[in-house]
Design a protein around this ligand. Structure first.
Ligand code: URA
Length: 231
């Protein structure tokens, strides 16, 4: 047997053991995530917010001024999920409080949502230096917090603002598409998830504004209450 063929044979023989190990590692990671998630949800909002404030699971905590957790209702019909805090948010601890936030406020008003009906959260709770795009690892590390927030808020509709929020869900959606998605391994009921453009992107691409509002028009039945029937 030539060296090359022998190498191939050895590799083949080792394959099942390697893939079994990888499968076990994946299952162990999922089980750990599920336990962490259950603990976070069982502790309720105060416990979850304390855990976020104290989190040092990745290097972003070293450069952060304030963790940015949420704004709006704790029992919303619609939750908007952004990317990560920017400079203004890092300084204040409030999500979407800058220019992009002004645009998001316009969408919320257009959708006819009152104060109790919406909440805004981010995929990451810490600002990445220079507002760089969050890495896959950062999204994964922060995901239990996002999932726990959504589980506790238990909304009817989740609106993903751009690609980073979409990545956290492990689902691929077209712009303006809705998918029914199960979140948080049995903790949360199935919800409608809609992906729209991130408001920050809209500041520079005003040409997409019509399309953005068309998405909100198309899916308004998901969050608007039917008119009262007096007949
Ligand atoms: N962009 C985001 O994604 N989140 C914020 O909080 C602000 C800007």
């Amino acid at each position: 047997m030539t060296e090359n063929i022998k190498e191939k044979c050895d590799k083949k023989q080792n394959e099942p053991a390697a893939s079994k190990e990888a499968k076990e590692a994946k299952e162990a990671k999922e089980a750990k995530e599920a336990t962490e998630l259950k603990d976070l949800v069982n502790g309720g909002f105060p416990f979850l917010e304390k855990k976020i404030s104290e989190c040092q699971k990745c290097a972003l905590c070293e450069t952060v001024t304030n963790k940015v957790i949420s704004k709006g209702s704790k029992t919303p019909t619609v939750v908007f999920v952004g990317e990560a805090p920017g400079k203004n948010e890092d300084e204040t601890g409030v999500p979407f409080c800058g220019r992009a936030g002004k645009l998001l406020d316009k969408y919320i008003a257009y959708m006819g949502l009152n104060q109790e009906e919406w909440a805004v959260i981010n995929t990451l709770k810490c600002r990445p230096p220079n507002n760089r795009t969050p890495t896959k690892k950062e999204i994964e590390t922060c995901r239990p917090f996002l999932t726990a927030q959504l589980s506790l808020m238990n909304p009817k509709v989740i609106i993903l603002l751009g690609n980073t929020a979409e990545k956290a869900f492990g689902e691929t959606l077209e712009w303006g598409e809705v998918k029914k998605t199960k979140i948080g391994q049995d903790i949360l009921k199935t919800v409608d998830v809609l992906k729209i453009y991130h408001p920050a992107a809209m500041i520079y691409q005003r040409s997409r504004e019509e399309e953005q509002y068309a998405f909100l028009d198309r899916w308004k039945g998901l969050w608007q209450k039917p008119p009262l029937d007096f007949s």
